[in-house]
Design a protein around this ligand. Structure first.
Ligand code: HEC
Ligand code: HEC
Ligand code: HEC
Ligand code: HEC
Ligand code: HEC
Length: 230
């Protein structure tokens, strides 16, 4: 045996005797530490990826569950029947009750959602307080005409499949910033799979740079800020 082997032998004998002295079993502590490490790692992953997003966002249901798939087949003019441009080029955005009344003056089915809509809003003449997923902070200026008319972009590029859905997803509000999750980002780690997963300042700029939008090329200069800010 070499000198080194003798030393390690001596050290391990000492270690054994000291753990025995504390009445513990030999070799167990290493395993326990690894186990603690794994449990701790799993727990922090669960907190970080599952619980934290749940705590960070409060969930609200839309006042009425609107079915896009059904209505797209019923109206004559596609999306524009309900989401249209005004004479002055501004976007009307969320439809008003007046756009529903021609078909929903009276309840016409046994669908509980339609009954609720007609009884609680149409009959009382109260506008539905829709929650807008894409709502930006007040300081941001956004023009649909520039993107939809001039640049001919699809609604889904920025909104995802909402316009083709059978049911309105819950509105998720960030408890700290007050912003909708559609602005702040679907993924807590900041990964972006789809163009519509997030719509923060950098996301607007990224596309402007890619498409070489003239206004976008000056966005690092001071006056460039006022392209998107009021
Ligand atoms: C062109 C006619 C038409 C217009 C305009 C229209 N609807 Fe409807 N809507 C219908 C028909 C038809 C049904 C199907 C009723 C049934 O279930 O048989 C329906 C069903 C519904 C339902 C229940 C169905 C479901 O799946 O949830 C709701 C809620 C509703 N409409 C809300 C609205 C709102 C809000 C507007 C205005 C933004 C609107 N509708 C505009 C014709 C229309
Ligand atoms: C019959 C009326 C009607 C038609 C037709 C319709 N929508 Fe809607 N849409 C609504 C109502 C009502 C809402 C709820 C308002 C909200 O959530 O902001 C809505 C919400 C939306 C939103 C969510 C906006 C946000 O950020 O909250 C998008 C995106 C949208 N519609 C796209 C479309 C597209 C694309 C089409 C055509 C394929 C379409 N819609 C056709 C009535 C309609
Ligand atoms: C370049 C991205 C982009 C495209 C393309 C786009 N939108 Fe939007 N949309 C937004 C943003 C950003 C907002 C929030 C505006 C705000 O808060 O001032 C918004 C808001 C809305 C709203 C909420 C109502 C409101 O207050 O204006 C509706 C409804 C909507 N969009 C429907 C559509 C439809 C339908 C299309 C396709 C015809 C479309 N959008 C195309 C980015 C886009
Ligand atoms: C997927 C691409 C894309 C995204 C995302 C996008 N834009 Fe744009 N934007 C464009 C293009 C393309 C134009 C140039 C349109 C034209 O031809 O005039 C434009 C033009 C503009 C203009 C100039 C309008 C004018 O009057 O000339 C403003 C303001 C603007 N965008 C704001 C925004 C804001 C704010 C956001 C984010 C909430 C955003 N954009 C997201 C592509 C995009
Ligand atoms: C392409 C459009 C665009 C341009 C250009 C732009 N912004 Fe923004 N900015 C946004 C949007 C959209 C938001 C809201 C979403 C967010 O917080 O990222 C925002 C948010 C902000 C906020 C946070 C405000 C809040 O209420 O949270 C500040 C501060 C800001 N911008 C400053 C600037 C400055 C300074 C410039 C010029 C160097 C600039 N922005 C240029 C689109 C733009």
């Amino acid at each position: 045996m070499s000198e080194i082997d003798d030393k390690t032998q001596a050290v391990s004998e000492k270690a054994v005797s000291s753990t025995q002295g504390q009445g513990r079993e030999d070799g167990g502590s290493g395993g326990v530490i690894i186990l603690f490490f794994i449990v701790g790692l799993v727990a922090s992953l669960v907190v970080g990826w599952v619980l934290f997003p749940k705590l960070l966002y409060s969930q609200k249901k839309q006042p009425i569950d609107f079915n896009h798939t059904l209505h797209n087949t019923l109206v004559g003019n596609g999306c524009e029947s309900c989401h249209s441009f005004r004479e002055d080029g501004s976007y009307s955005g969320v439809p008003k009750l007046a756009q529903c009344i021609e078909c929903h003056e009276e309840v016409q089915s046994s669908n509980p959602e339609e009954i609720r809509f007609v009884e609680q809003y149409v009959k009382k003449g109260i506008e539905v307080p829709w929650l807008v997923y894409a709502r930006q902070p007040d300081c941001v200026f956004f023009s649909h005409a520039a993107h939809v008319k001039a640049a001919k972009m699809d609604c889904a590029t920025c909104h995802g499949p909402i316009g083709e859905s059978e049911s309105m997803k819950p509105y998720q509000q960030n408890r700290i910033t007050g912003y909708s999750r559609d602005i702040w980002g679907e993924n807590i780690g900041g990964f972006k799979k789809n163009t519509w997963d997030r719509m923060k300042m950098d996301d607007c700029s990224e596309c402007h740079q890619k498409k070489k939008v003239v206004v976008g090329s000056v966005q690092t200069q001071k006056e460039g800020c006022f392209v998107c800010h009021k």
